[in-house]
Design a protein around this ligand. Structure first.
Ligand code: ZN
Length: 198
């Protein structure tokens, strides 16, 4: 296999957001992807927990909209031939990890496919609240995080991607997600600690 080098991208050291026009989207931080014994564990995901908690704390104390996506499948789902069975509706693996549990008023969007917008009310939720910018974190970086970030950008939202708050199965996959978000979708690449409130 060829060795490849990831093209360079800028990592913003300070990103100031307007909390009234920004939403934090936590993608698929569910037991099956994060916890030992899960059906499709991303080893790196548990290491992102504190960064995501930091983002949640920032969002909650500044009154930002907080949304979660929850990958949701029923028996016979078209994803199962690719990934095997995971996040079966109602199962332990489907539940969002306790450490990042949604609080009252925080909407959980049950999503069908990689893209959090596909067949869900996510766009409607954001537009109803006049959101212009989305901070996207969670897992898996090059799958549901990237597809949701890309789909947001295609709909005209500004995308912020904190790299310490996303996780992938391989470092290559992680870099693909960052590269595509930056290069293809014009997203801002940064870290959870660099995001501050206007
Ligand atoms: Zn899935």
């Amino acid at each position: 296999m060829p060795a490849v080098e990831a093209p360079e991208y800028q990592v913003a050291r300070r990103v100031v957001v307007n909390p009234k026009a920004t939403a934090l989207i936590v993608v698929d931080m569910q037991n099956d992807f994060v916890k030992p014994g899960g059906a499709l564990v991303v080893e790196q995901a548990k290491g992102t927990m504190s960064a995501i908690q930091r983002l949640l704390a920032l969002a909650r104390r500044s009154g930002m909209v907080v949304l979660y996506t929850q990958d949701t499948h029923d028996p016979g789902d078209p994803e199962f031939p690719i990934w095997g069975q995971h996040v079966l509706r109602g199962s332990w693996g489907w539940q969002i990890v306790d450490e990042l549990a949604p609080q009252a008023g925080e909407r959980v969007i049950q999503k069908l496919r990689y893209d959090g917008f596909f067949g869900t009310p996510l766009d409607h939720e954001l537009r109803m609240k006049d959101i212009k910018t989305v901070i996207v974190c969670g897992t898996v970086a090059n799958i549901c995080v990237l597809h949701t970030a890309g789909s947001a950008a295609l709909r005209g939202y500004k995308v912020i991607l904190p790299v310490d708050a996303i996780s992938a199965i391989t470092p290559f996959d992680q870099q693909v997600a960052i590269r595509q978000t930056s290069f293809l979708y014009g997203g801002v690449i940064t870290t959870s600690e660099a995001i501050t409130i206007a």
